[in-house]
Ligand binder design. Structure first.
Ligand code: UDX
Ligand code: UDX
Length: 440
């Protein structure tokens, strides 16, 4: 199939490269000229494990190409995925300006049948609006009075890719969801995804859009639920890790997304939960459960800072080392990273912040000031009054804590992701606090 992807960010680039990997000819478009120039030289703007090898391979075999021209992509491809960003507006709703612009430009350049697919996370009914925008902007030669003479379809095919394991998630999905309004569109999707041999859920566009919103909101709810349980654990002497294990063995519940910590971040959950709240309000339903999901998530960071304040006594002038900055491991993405809120709160109290992250430091420098960046965890530990584990990178698991103990000013570790739950840091002379371990 000839496929175009408009928007070559975290989602668009991974989707395009993986579609090339399963046999399609793909043209990835972006309006950022510098990004496209670099991508043509196989220079990847983001860190995503495995992505650069695939880009190199398919650029070389010419199954993958890059362009800044929506016109060129529209002419070449039969299927066009829209994967531009949908940032939050001030009131929390998704800003669909880029989606509308792209839809209009596709319409202006369409000259044969196209299947236009929403990949970006969008509110329900966006599909209908894209269809309308295309009808309104088609070239005059495809109109007879009120009738449109050019055949096209709009569809929804939400992504469920987790950053850091996005290629694996694409190649081994639990399911592929497609929202279509015609048999022809359904057939095209079946052909596109045939190599994945996966279960396909076929429904209408609005249901597909809602599946995405509902799935992300449900996962966020699971996280806030276990974080609430963690709060109780700390007060009754229970261990949230055992509670999650005990719950998770029940197949109806499942263990995934029951990791208590300093809350969820990233470009999706915070924004999608907020957008879903707004969407529900607009349709006349007050989704109070999701309001609480968001509140619990925010409180999680505040209570972590309160714990640090309690144990450090005075924060002003203390040197605090932050292990991990990205919103989750295996990515350089800092969008809505919990580390930003934590660092801001601690700096407001007068703390001196040192930080280290294997991949996210260049992006962090764009959003945080007055942070001393270190070249590894040992340089970070030097002279610190306490260490905060914020992102559970694999390389942090087996640090030499005897050496860290010697380097630190005070042996105090706050583990925001329970990474060191089995390391017995107390035996090495540390005062150690996890999340919901019943030890406060
Ligand atoms: C995606 C989804 O599209 C979004 O809906 C979801 O909520 C988060 O994930 P993502 O790929 O992470 O977005 O965003 P980003 O990395 O910012 O990529 C968007 C790309 O679209 C950027 O490269 C940007 O330059 C490009 N873009 C934006 C265009 O090509 N044209 C535009 O008009 C606007
Ligand atoms: C999410 C969805 O999982 C994915 O399907 C897609 O819709 C895009 O959004 P992503 O944001 O990349 O993926 O990462 P994810 O693994 O879902 O983690 C999101 C946040 O939740 C991270 O900050 C992570 O640390 C946090 N999290 C996750 C927890 O705090 N506890 C958990 O048990 C799981």
């Amino acid at each position: 199939m000839d496929i175009a992807i408009i928007g070559s960010g975290y989602v668009g680039l991974v989707t395009g490269v993986c579609l090339a990997h399963i046999g399609h000819r793909v043209i990835c478009v972006d309006n950022n000229q510098e990004k496209i120039k670099r991508l043509r030289q196989a220079k990847i703007p983001i860190y995503e494990p495995g992505l650069d090898e695939l880009v190199k391979k398919y650029l070389k075999s010419k199954r993958l190409s890059f362009s800044t021209s929506i016109k060129e992509a529209t002419r070449k491809a039969t299927v066009i995925f829209i994967a531009v960003g949908t940032p939050a507006r001030q009131n929390g709703e998704a800003d669909l300006t880029y989606v509308e612009n792209v839809a209009r430009e596709i319409a202006l350049n369409m000259d044969s049948y196209k299947l236009i697919v929403e990949k970006s996370t969008v509110p329900a009914e966006t599909g209908k609006r894209i269809e309308r925008t295309i009808k309104l902007n088609l070239s005059k030669k495809f109109r007879k009075g009120n009738k449109i003479t050019l055949d096209f379809d709009v569809a929804s095919n939400p992504e469920f890719l987790r950053e850091g394991s996005a290629i694996h998630d694409f190649m081994h999905p639990d399911r592929v969801v497609i929202g279509v309004e015609s048999k022809k569109a359904e057939q095209i999707f079946r052909e596109i995804y045939k190599p994945l041999k996966t279960h396909m859920i076929v429904t209408n566009i609005s249901s597909a859009e809602l599946i995405k919103h509902a799935s992300n909101s449900f996962l966020a709810t699971k996280i806030s639920f276990i974080n609430s349980i963690a709060q109780i654990c700390d007060h009754v002497g229970a261990d949230v890790l055992k509670v999650a294990e005990g719950m998770g063995f029940d197949k109806r519940i499942g263990r995934q997304f029951l990791d208590a910590g300093i809350g969820y971040g990233g470009s999706c959950f915070p924004k999608d939960v907020e957008a879903f709240i707004r969407l529900s309000e607009k349709s006349g339903y007050h989704f109070s459960l999701l309001n609480e999901v968001r509140n619990v998530n925010e409180c999680q960071r505040i209570s972590f800072v309160k714990l640090i304040e309690d144990k450090l006594w005075i924060i002003k002038g203390k040197k605090i080392g932050i292990l991990g900055l990205a919103f989750k491991p295996n990515t350089d993405d800092m969008r809505n990273a919990p580390s930003i809120d934590l660092i801001n709160m601690l700096q407001n109290e007068g703390a001196l912040i040192k930080a280290y992250d294997p991949k996210a430091m260049p992006n962090t420098k764009k959003c945080l000031t007055k942070v001393t960046y270190c070249k590894d965890p040992y340089e970070l530990a030097k002279g610190c009054d306490c260490l905060l584990l914020v992102t559970e990178w694999d390389e942090f698991k087996d640090l030499d804590f005897k050496m860290i103990r010697r380097l630190m000013k005070q042996p105090l570790v706050f583990d925001g992701r329970n990474l060191y739950h089995d390391k017995n840091l107390k035996e090495l002379g540390f005062e150690y606090y996890g999340i919901g371990r019943g030890q406060i």
